[in-house]
Design a binder for this molecule. Structure first.
Ligand code: SAM
Length: 231
């Protein structure tokens, strides 16, 4: 659980209605219960629930351990349709990814970039749900790249330096590697997939093209399957 506000070094509150509901409906928390609590981007520990009212939960907190290690991956994800974005971000943050670039590609609908789901507070909510699920505190960094060419031509080569680049695209020759440990850029396409030009450009830049077998997975499933297999 991530507190919304710290009253002092050892006391914190949760006020966000969605997370309060989670506390009551899922954890069935009552005063006296102890829960895993984390300081955003900081240590984790235990929180004793002192009081629970309609609008607020108040905790006494002891922070004494590091959050789990992050995955050494920077995800380059073609912006999914708004309905799918929330759950995809939740999975990504639960699996320990700390850098995500949401990028435009030919088959991303332009209208998706206007979605309220892309407002920073919405993105943050989805990421926090994933962090809480996984008992992690480090919030992923999200970058939006609304134009493909300037991103790929001007910024991607520098991002690739010192990293392995992997491009997930059905039908490419190399099977998805397993249990890699080196810093990696992983590119995943939109619902309609990458177009030929995009695949060629990633490969020219030095990305390895990988496939996940004959089954074509929806974006949300492909993200989860790739991250679980690769790292
Ligand atoms: N018809 C599209 C195509 O053939 O590219 C399907 C796109 S799939 C719904 C969305 C994204 O998930 C793909 O662009 C790719 O990055 C990833 N993906 C899904 N299934 C995959 C597979 N079997 N192998 C590699 N990548 C896959």
């Amino acid at each position: 659980l991530q507190p919304d506000e710290w009253l002092d070094d050892t006391h914190a509150t949760v006020r966000d209605p969605r997370r309060l509901r989670h506390l009551v409906d899922v954890h069935r928390a009552t005063p006296g219960d102890s829960l895993t609590v984390g300081a955003l981007d900081g240590l984790m520990g235990r929180g004793e629930l002192l009081a629970l009212s309609d609008g607020e939960a108040r905790f006494r907190v002891t922070l004494d351990r590091e959050p789990p290690a992050p995955l050494p991956v920077h995800l380059l994800l073609a912006l999914p349709r708004p309905r799918m974005l929330a759950r995809t971000l939740e999975h990504v943050s639960a699996l320990g990814v700390k850098r995500v670039t949401l990028m435009h590609t030919r088959r991303v609908e332009k209208s998706y970039w206007q979605s309220p789901e892309l407002k920073p507070e919405k993105i943050r909510q989805h990421l926090l749900l994933g962090l809480e699920q996984a008992r992690d505190t480090r919030l992923p960094e999200i970058t939006l790249e609304t134009r493909f060419r300037p991103f790929v031509e001007d910024r991607l080569p520098a991002l690739l330096e010192g990293r392995r680049g992997l491009l997930a695209h059905p039908g490419l020759a190399q099977a998805c590697p397993r249990a890699i440990t080196e810093p990696t850029l992983l590119a995943i396409g939109p619902e309609g997939g990458f177009v030929d030009y995009e695949v060629e450009r990633f490969l020219e830049l030095g990305f390895e093209g990988i496939h996940l077998g004959e089954r074509i997975l929806r974006v949300e499933t492909a993200v989860t399957a790739l991250l679980a297999r690769l790292f």
